[in-house]
Write a protein that binds this ligand. Structure first.
Ligand code: ITT
Length: 195
């Protein structure tokens, strides 16, 4: 199998995607010095396409991109596509999470529903007119304080009713079985292999 560029610079995502795909030919774009494109889309799918096409163009290889984020009902879908920069461009995971907790202050538990979304896009080459697109959705609830050390981003405040813990308290394996990212990658793989 030829190399595939992984159009992400987020170490948390890269770790999860490589663990799920288990191919040593999935190479992060940092290995090719790919400049990150501006994520100018207003939807996850637009931004995933921008990132995958940019990496495929730069590397002249197939490319896969993940655009993901947290959609909170009580915040009308925020932080959504700006999840990585909710507290400002270059903000840390901790700063984004603290802003979320602040915005959610006083909102009672039944109204704290939220979901992680992940859109995965695969470009066979930069000019691919029919990229493969797959979406995963993971339902949860926003906690009032962070708990757990695993994962990244908003995991410490994402409560899972089914497991009675936050997604930062899951082992990496279990998170990958349940998560928006795991779901999207499995759908993408099925479409790629025709299975
Ligand atoms: P790349 O574009 O380089 O892949 P990014 O972090 O900028 O990295 P996104 O624009 O897709 O990527 O933003 C995703 C953000 O959504 C991420 O930074 C987290 O804050 C959040 N997020 C996505 N998946 C998550 C997960 O599994 N657990 C916790 N937070 C997650």
């Amino acid at each position: 199998m030829n190399s595939i560029v992984l159009a992400s610079s987020n170490p948390g995502k890269i770790r999860e995607i490589q663990a799920i795909l288990q191919h040593d030919n999935i190479l992060p774009q940092s290995q090719f010095n790919v400049a990150e494109p501006a994520e100018t889309g207003s939807t996850f799918v637009e931004n995933a396409i921008i990132k995958a096409r940019n990496a495929a163009q730069h590397c002249q290889l197939p490319a896969i991109a993940d655009d993901s984020g947290l959609v909170v009902d009580a915040l009308q879908g925020a932080p959504g596509v700006i999840s990585a920069r909710y507290a400002g461009v270059g903000a840390s995971d901790q700063a984004n999470l603290e802003k979320l907790l602040l915005e959610m202050r006083g909102i009672p538990s039944p109204r704290r529903t939220a979901r992680f979304i992940c859109v995965m896009v695969y470009f066979r080459h930069a000019g691919d007119p029919t990229p493969i697109i797959a979406q995963g959705v993971w339902e949860g609830r926003i906690l009032e304080a962070a708990v757990g050390d695993n994962g990244f981003g908003y995991d410490p405040v994402f409560w899972l009713e089914s497991h009675q813990c936050s997604s930062a308290q899951l082992t990496p394996d279990i998170k990958n079985q349940l998560s928006h990212r795991g779901q999207a990658l499995r759908i993408l793989t099925q479409q790629l292999t025709g299975r």
